[in-house]
Design a protein around this ligand. Structure first.
Ligand SMILES: NC(=O)c1ccc[n+]([C@@H]2O[C@H](COP(=O)([O-])OP(=O)(O)OC[C@H]3O[C@@H](n4cnc5c(N)ncnc54)[C@H](O)[C@@H]3O)[C@@H](O)[C@H]2O)c1
Length: 336
């Protein structure tokens, strides 16, 4: 008999760090995690961890020979800035890696006779605003608007969303005996800010980096202009969104890819918030034109009405609460 389990890929990363703890506190004890890296010390023992590569087909085959996977949180990816340095490698990990897992989930759905739930964190990088005027005209983009990504990462995310829909709804649609298909659900996240981990390789990192630098008492140069505006969300809300969408009855969902967001603010406003709590923080702006171009192509805000209506999405942390109750106290503790 195979053991039942939830699979989290990319579990050693920022979202994985919080997701493992949230799932464990809900009583989930059969979690299998996969990452190139070991789990951070605090999370050791919360899951059966496999240190390995998502691209390793033999490893995935071994995994399903041992576990009956009912839910997959597929977090492993190369993030936006990193992906621009090695675009073809990013394509391999972000697209082919996702395809490997979608295939695995399809096979598993077939074996089980019921759909495997496949949770996928997509991103505002799936959007591409052509210029700042249009960005200002569309302050809250809908899921189907401006799907013209300008980065390899954004292209990868948008295409993987489509692959997920394909494997859920159309896979082998001409076959006489259509297999049981998987249940793909995706969230387009804004920039996420965690109090417990420092981001790396993303292009929304200037927000969290400002805050962590201020708490450490080191100067920080933001790589964007002060007027740069994108949406953000506190990490606990990102985990809540993943868990809530995972639990929603399929009949309530009118789409497979949902925007979710919490607050939008400019880099200058972010700095002001940081200064409110760390008045001695030394934050300056030195835009890196290439990274700036990427952030400018991302929308200033997301319309998440469908998520609110279909499965009751609502962030717990608005801007004030995120700083006052989650970010600042935990980050202070971390660097004390
Ligand atoms: N953090 C954000 O602001 C944000 C926003 C939107 C979407 N997302 C998405 O959420 C997911 C998780 O993001 P994160 O912030 O935790 O990223 P992260 O970079 O902190 O974690 C990604 C993890 O994936 C692992 N990984 C990469 N390639 C792998 C491979 N070939 N095999 C196995 N593991 C591999 C890395 O070792 C890393 O631990 C990603 O898909 C990301 O695109 C993140």
């Amino acid at each position: 008999m195979r053991k039942k389990g939830i699979l989290i890929t990319g579990a050693a990363g920022e979202i994985g760090d919080s997701l493992i703890r949230a799932l464990t506190s809900q009583g989930e004890d059969q979690i299998v995690t996969l990452d190139l890296k070991p789990l951070p010390k605090e999370n050791e023992g919360l899951s059966t961890h496999i240190q390995g590569d998502l691209m390793d087909q033999a490893l995935l085959a071994r995994l399903v020979s041992e576990y009956e996977i009912g839910t997959i949180y597929h977090l492993a990816a190369l993030l936006s800035t990193r992906a621009e340095f090695t675009p073809e490698m990013a394509h391999q990990v972000n697209v082919e890696g996702t395809l490997n897992l979608l295939r695995l989930a399809s096979d598993q759905s077939q074996w089980r006779g019921e759909p495997v739930l496949f949770m996928f964190p997509s991103s505002i990088a799936a959007y591409g605003m052509p210029n700042l005027e249009i960005k200002a005209q569309y302050p809250r983009v809908r899921e189907w608007e401006w799907n013209y990504p300008t980065t390899m990462y954004g292209c990868n995310k948008l295409y993987c969303e489509m692959l997920g829909v394909y494997y859920s709804q159309y896979y082998r649609q001409l076959a006489v005996d259509r297999p049981v298909t998987l249940d793909f659900r995706a969230l387009r996240f804004p920039g996420l800010i965690s109090a417990f981990t420092v981001p790396s390789g993303g292009t929304s990192d200037y927000g969290p980096e400002m805050l962590h630098a201020a708490a450490k008492g080191v100067p920080y140069e933001a790589f964007v202009r002060p007027d740069t505006c994108i949406p953000f969300m506190a990490m606990p809300d990102a985990v809540t969104a993943l868990l809530k969408l995972a639990k929603a009855p399929a009949s309530a969902l009118s789409r497979r890819v949902y925007n979710v967001t919490s607050f939008s603010l400019t880099a200058a406003e972010f700095k002001d918030m940081v200064l409110r709590y760390f008045p001695n923080a030394q934050i300056s702006f030195r835009p890196d034109l290439k990274r700036q171009r990427i952030v400018d192509s991302w929308p200033a805000g997301l319309n998440d009405n469908d998520a609110r209506r279909d499965w009751g999405w609502k962030p717990d942390y608005d801007l004030e609460r995120a700083f006052a109750e989650y970010l600042v106290p935990n980050i202070r503790k971390r660097y004390q």
